[in-house]
Design a protein around this ligand. Structure first.
Ligand SMILES: *Cc1c(COP(=O)(O)O)cnc(C)c1O
Length: 228
């Protein structure tokens, strides 16, 4: 038999978003969380609009997350030009001051780390007419570049709120390749979020979203597993 003959498009869609959603629902149930309480944020960096339609939007309305400002701006404008689609965009990449201007229309930024970034967002939001809501990215304890040390989070929040910005919660990226360590990092960030009474926790990617939901994530940022 010709193996290519079995490659019907719908067969290659096995897995992907429906499988991730099903897994999320199961972990919610096992963790005693209400069904549907964890939001799936679809990470679409490097994917074309066509792929995004086929692998994400075909299954419903999901926030789309990008990690580069220009790529986000280009896709957002292309989607609008093609059909006036009212998509929801999140930003999950490093916030470079000179590129924050591309984030017009974004509803949630997951990666606030510094006061100057908050200042630039507040400044641009005046001309945008609306500021994105924000999550503060927490340092994960490893030798990683990004994130605010736990003890600095409350102060950055206070300063951003003083500018009129809305801090909704915390975000963290776990160290790669060690799920037990990832679970510990998620647990620490969840405890910090509870202490600060911040409702949203953006934690977990394709390889570790199960651990993240078990620890209390309210949003998972999944890319690869939706497109494989
Ligand atoms: C790429 C990326 C993700 C998604 O990672 P996958 O392994 O593709 O699921 C999540 N969060 C951030 C910040 C990313 O850059």
């Amino acid at each position: 038999m010709n193996p290519a003959a079995t490659q019907e498009p719908h067969m290659t869609l096995e897995g992907g978003l429906p499988a991730v959603q099903q897994c999320l629902r199961e972990v919610e149930t096992h963790s005693g969380r209400p069904a549907g309480s964890v939001r799936l944020v679809a990470v679409t960096k490097g994917r074309s609009l066509e792929e995004i339609r086929e692998r994400v939007l075909a299954y419903g309305h999901y926030p789309l997350a990008e990690n580069r400002g220009q790529e986000l701006r280009d896709k957002r404008e292309a989607a609008q030009a093609q059909g006036g689609e009212d998509l929801e965009w999140h930003f999950i990449g490093p916030l470079q001051l000179n590129k924050i201007k591309y984030l017009r229309g974004v509803t949630l930024v997951h990666t606030l780390e510094r006061l100057e970034q908050a200042r630039e967002l507040a400044r641009l939001a005046e001309s945008w007419g609306r500021a994105p809501e924000l999550l503060i990215q927490v340092h994960n304890g490893e030798a990683q570049k990004h994130g605010v040390p736990e003890e600095g989070v409350a102060e950055l929040r206070r300063q951003a709120e003083a500018m009129g910005l809305v801090i909704r919660g915390l975000m963290v990226m776990a160290p790669y390749g060690d799920l037990a360590e990832a679970a510990r990092v998620f647990g620490r960030v969840a405890a910090l979020g509870a202490r600060l009474e911040l409702p949203e926790l953006s934690m977990g990617m394709s390889d570790d979203y199960v651990q993240a939901v078990q620890a209390g994530a309210t949003m998972v940022r999944v890319g690869r597993a939706l497109f494989e």
